[in-house]
Design a protein around this ligand. Structure first.
Ligand code: SAM
Length: 317
């Protein structure tokens, strides 16, 4: 009830964040974190432990950007604010502000904090409006798929929002990378449903998801490109690598399906990382499973785990 009221008032104040799915997803994260604490805690602790050991190699008193800060569940805020003199938090969900302000009060730190609430990719609004305009003019399914396939050119994408605020000494990208295409998928589905109807779009899910692959991959590449361009001295990237769905089939056998969370970008492949981050040395620090939706607890018939990795990039210069 309380959450419904909060959602309603946030939707009125932040209609775009509501339309893009940030409000609903944020509330779902909050609810699951509470209900599934025993399954989520090991992941949250592991994420924080990686940040603590990363700090040992970071120059003190610098400027830090935290990308995908969310509700700070997986952020080692106490340790970060002892180390950095300025911390900028980035997220698209305005409901996070409440959490950030509460944390600043509790921390009683000398660090200076900055809040940035907006789409970090800066492309979602433009993509939504060009897809909508196209669909209004040419409401043919196959043309819509062609248009989706053409929305890819990551070289043309604008700079991510965190590059617009000067240089940071260190950047923490925290469980954000794999999420970037999720919201774009949500937006594209809404636009397709508006023109073709729910039934039509649901029946052709494989087709439109396949057409969305280049533009989804472009968001992943844009984030990595901009981390590499950032001129930060040190970057900690924590991200899902793949999703694992597990369930029992009709014969009672155990089935596991693995889905690539990063559309072909292999963060565990050293030579791929060197190409993406030519001016950095990279080090894969840890990998673990985040049991995000245990079987029978969220969706009755399917359980879900995420394989997560943490990678440190240190500038060569
Ligand atoms: C899996 S959560 C990360 C967990 C988060 N650190 C926490 O403790 O709540 C992903 C976060 O990325 C944010 N996010 C996803 N896409 C974004 C975008 N395009 N711009 C800014 N934030 C985004 C979501 O709002 C969400 O808070």
């Amino acid at each position: 009830m309380l959450n419904s009221l909060r959602f309603l008032s946030s939707s009125l104040r932040y209609p775009q964040a509501a339309r893009f799915g940030f409000l609903v997803s944020g509330l779902a994260i909050e609810r699951r974190r509470r209900r599934l604490a025993q399954f989520w805690d090991p992941h949250l602790e592991q994420s924080k432990a990686c940040q603590r050991s990363w700090l040992e190699s970071c120059k003190p008193d610098g400027r830090l950007a935290v990308l995908g800060a969310g509700r700070l569940f997986d952020v080692a805020t106490e340790d970060l604010c002892k180390h950095f003199s300025e911390i900028s938090l980035f997220d698209a969900d305005p409901q996070c502000l409440r959490y950030w302000k509460r944390e600043y009060k509790n921390l009683r730190s000398d660090a200076v904090f900055f809040n940035h609430i907006s789409d970090i990719t800066q492309v979602l609004e433009q993509r939504q409006s060009s897809l909508r305009t196209f669909l209004r003019r040419s409401p043919e399914w196959n043309q819509a798929l062609e248009f989706l396939r053409s929305l890819a050119a990551s070289a043309d994408s604008p700079e991510s929002e965190f590059l617009l605020h000067g240089e940071y000494d260190a950047i923490l990208s925290i469980n954000l990378l794999s999420q970037l295409p999720v919201y774009w998928q949500h937006i594209a589905e809404i636009e397709l449903v508006r023109i073709f109807g729910k039934k039509h779009v649901a029946a052709r899910e494989d087709e439109w998801l396949e057409a969305l692959i280049p533009s989804a991959r472009a968001l992943i590449n844009q984030h990595l490109r901009d981390l590499a361009r950032s001129r930060a001295k040190s970057i900690l990237l924590i991200s899902d690598l793949r999703y694992e769905h597990y369930y029992r089939d009709q014969q009672g056998g155990d089935v596991i399906e693995q889905i690539d969370a990063l559309y072909g970008v292999e963060l565990t492949n050293h030579s791929q990382l060197q190409k993406l981050f030519p001016e950095f040395d990279s080090q894969l620090c840890a990998q673990w499973d985040w049991h995000i939706a245990p079987l029978g607890r969220v969706r009755n018939s399917i359980g879900e785990k995420h394989r997560v990795a943490s990678i440190i990039f240190s500038a060569k210069r």
